[in-house]
Write a protein that binds this ligand. Structure first.
Ligand SMILES: [Zn+2]
Ligand SMILES: [Zn+2]
Length: 388
């Protein structure tokens, strides 16, 4: 991508970048970013250096920037990105499919770096690794500047899931893969551990990018989907992602935003499953009492009332009698990321993922992008591109 690489003699792992890489550093929450130049990197044996093509602003970034989410500053935010490999450590690195990565490969990568050795990694939850670090969350340190996506380059560490992506897919489709798309895939997969999705009625709470992606994936796997969100324009968008609504009780509920209420949980049909993948009791985007997208008349599910928001007082006898499963989950595995990319490259092309990034601005405009990301009526994603 126009970067000249030099390896000074005697320092095989040191790479000089011309022009220097740039990273946007958040010095402290509520303060503007500062641009730093990173003229070189010390590439570890299995590290991968990626030149960023496009990064997208996730809600978590916007929350960290304004102090609504704890961040160890100074930090380079950003964990949704697509880019191209420009250098590899001496030992090389593997893609998730087991093939060796090469210079020039276009890739996406996991938000989490996991150890691959702890009990959680070994039991299939690398995203909850006991020694996990996450791109866009690590405090900037010497030789650790390029650890977030809001930069011209990202230095990928061993324990990162790297997935090669097709040249034909737009960057706007691919950038959110590591967070929104992979997490959506994981949430639907969680339901599939209980039941096949063919003919299943799935209710999704929240029509931000995560909820919309859940909807499209579930529809493609045979489900009928109803999306609930308090915002009318988001509900309208849910139809574009396959939500048609349905009558009667959902067989599965996937909760992506807002408070989980007793009504949310108890709405699920006999033998049903409730997957909680996001949400917050203090969330201003509460889907409580929201009308459904594409919903037909006569939906029998009870709507939440204000009392439900304060205490999640579940009817335990009902849950027991109905064999309800409630599953919490977070993040995604390497396999989820690979499946998410395969979905975007395949059946996902039927949905408007290319329109998800509503505006693209230069990296230097990161403060404005972060502020705009949480404005009412903001696009699902704002993109950041390196360069002037
Ligand atoms: Zn995210
Ligand atoms: Zn681990």
């Amino acid at each position: 991508m126009g970067t000249m690489l030099t390896r000074p003699p005697g320092h095989r792992r040191d790479i000089v970048l011309r022009p220097a890489a740039t990273a946007m550093v958040l010095l402290a929450a509520g303060h503007p970013h500062e641009t730093i130049a990173v003229p070189g990197v010390a590439l570890g044996e299995e590290d991968v250096l990626v030149a960023v093509e496009l990064s997208t602003v996730c809600r978590a970034d916007a929350e960290a920037a304004r102090g609504a989410r704890r961040a160890s500053t100074p930090v380079v935010l950003g964990h949704e990105s697509v880019g191209r490999i420009i250098a590899l450590g001496d030992a090389g690195a593997m893609a998730v499919d087991g093939s060796p990565l090469r210079i020039g490969d276009r890739v996406v990568w996991s938000a989490t770096v996991s150890c691959r050795q702890c009990d959680r990694c070994l039991c299939g939850r690398p995203q909850s690794c006991r020694s996990a670090t996450r791109y866009g969350e690590e405090r900037v340190a010497a030789d650790r500047e390029l650890a977030g996506a809001f930069a011209s380059h990202v230095q990928l560490r061993p324990g990162t899931a790297v997935v090669r992506v097709p040249e034909t897919l737009p960057a706007a489709v691919l950038a959110p893969a590591a967070c929104a798309t992979a997490t959506a895939w994981a949430a639907v997969a969680r339901v599939r551990r209980h039941r096949d999705l063919g003919g299943t009625r799935v209710r999704v709470h929240g029509a931000a990018l995560l909820g919309l992606t859940v909807a499209a994936i579930a529809v493609e796997l045979g489900a009928v989907v109803d999306v609930r969100d308090p915002h009318a324009e988001r509900r309208a968008r849910a139809r574009d992602f396959g939500a048609t609504g349905f009558d009667g009780e959902p067989d599965a509920v996937i909760h992506t935003a807002g408070p989980v209420t007793a009504a949310t949980v108890e709405a699920v049909a006999d033998g049903g499953v409730v997957v909680v993948v996001g949400g917050d009791a203090r969330d201003a985007d509460s889907p409580a009492a929201a009308p459904a997208a594409g919903r037909k008349t006569g939906d029998g599910a009870p709507d939440a009332d204000a009392a439900d928001l304060a205490v999640l007082a579940l009817d335990v006898a009902r849950l027991s009698a109905r064999s309800t499963t409630i599953a919490g989950m977070q993040g995604s595995t390497a396999g989820d990321l690979a499946d998410a990319v395969a979905f975007l490259a395949g059946r996902g092309r039927a949905y408007p993922f290319a329109d998800v990034v509503g505006s693209i601005v230069p990296l230097a405009a990161v403060d404005a992008a972060l502020a705009a990301a949480t404005e009412p009526g903001a696009p699902l994603r704002i993109g950041l591109v390196p360069g002037p």
